[in-house]
Design a binder for this molecule. Structure first.
Ligand SMILES: [Zn+2]
Length: 165
């Protein structure tokens, strides 16, 4: 059992690495380490050990206060692997895997404004990771100040590629 003090510090450290989009339904993007699987890495000390966790799982843990391993696989409704938008309202981008049917239902009803990112699906691992890194690099350097570039990267499009006609 850890005291609350390190947990508070870990939470502060965690949120300092996150860039939130300006709209309520936007992604909250992890702007720090990304692994070669395309998911972020957040390191923290637990019981004297240093462990790396996926930031979206840590965000879900912060929201619900449960142990990191107390919940099952999480799914991104936005399909953006470095998104950590975990909230208790309908704007959340993270749901437990068992809630997939709920998520699909919500998508079908058009309540997810951010349904842009299905291009992420079916990508090879290297492309998937490169997409995460490009998005991470953009928000780390510029925050959400270049929204068109962020939108392109969220959609899995290289904003520097020439337009195809
Ligand atoms: Zn998201």
């Amino acid at each position: 059992m850890v005291t609350s003090r390190p947990a508070v510090n870990a939470a502060e450290r965690f949120w300092s690495k996150v860039v939130k989009g300006p709209a309520q339904g936007d992604c909250w993007l992890w702007a720090a380490a990304v692994g070669d699987d395309g998911y972020g890495r957040f390191t923290l000390n637990a019981d004297g050990r240093t462990v790396a966790v996926r930031p979206h799982r840590f965000a879900f843990h912060l929201l619900h206060g449960s142990d990191l391993d107390a919940f099952g696989p999480l799914m991104h409704t936005c399909d953006v692997p470095i998104c950590v938008h975990a909230t208790a309202d309908t704007f959340t981008h993270l749901v437990e895997g068992t809630s997939r049917s709920n998520m699909l239902d919500r998508l079908a009803k058009g309540r997810d404004a951010n349904g842009s990112s299905f291009r992420w699906r079916g990508l090879a691992r290297a492309q998937f990771a490169a997409g995460s890194v490009a998005l991470r690099d953009e928000v780390r350097a510029h925050g959400w100040d270049r929204p068109l570039r962020v939108a392109a990267l969220l959609a899995g499009v290289d904003p520097d590629a020439p337009t195809l006609f």
